[in-house]
Structures are given as C-alpha cells and as structure tokens.
Design a binder for this molecule. Sequence first.
Ligand code: SF4
Length: 74
Amino acid sequence: MPNIIHYRSKCIGCNICYEMMPSTWRMSKKDGKATLLKAEQKRQTSVLQIDTNLIEEAKKVANACPVKIIKVNG
Ligand code: SF4
C-alpha cells in the first residue's frame, strides 16, 4: 500500500503541505508544525497509508516541502 512518511521534528511550519492538501495535513496550534492526519507514529516518523489515487497529489506536496521531510512511496 502506498504511504506518506513525515519527519515531523524537522518541520519548519511553512504551511505549504496544509495549503496543498488540507484533507491530509493540519498545522498544530501547539508547536506550529504540520501534522499528518490519522498517521501512525513510527520512531521519528509519522506514516500514513494512502489510496493509489492520492499518490500524485502527495508527491507534489513532498516536492514542494522546502526542507524535504515528506516522502511518498508508491
Ligand atoms: S511543507 Fe514541510 S516544512 Fe512546510 S509545514 Fe509541511 S512538512 Fe512542514
């Protein structure tokens, strides 16, 4: 199953992922970082399984992240 991996600790809170894909991302009011919604926490990462039809959109977000902390497998 395709997935999105987020290395949250390195997030600079630029908002881009949320603006591009609000169904999947939220900005935390607590620390200003992005949160990958409904993701599973695995070590230093958040991992969210996604449907195949979301891969392209998720990859665009990954490319747009200025600190390149989003990876999309699939
Ligand atoms: S685009 Fe990257 S740096 Fe910006 S809020 Fe999202 S995860 Fe954080």
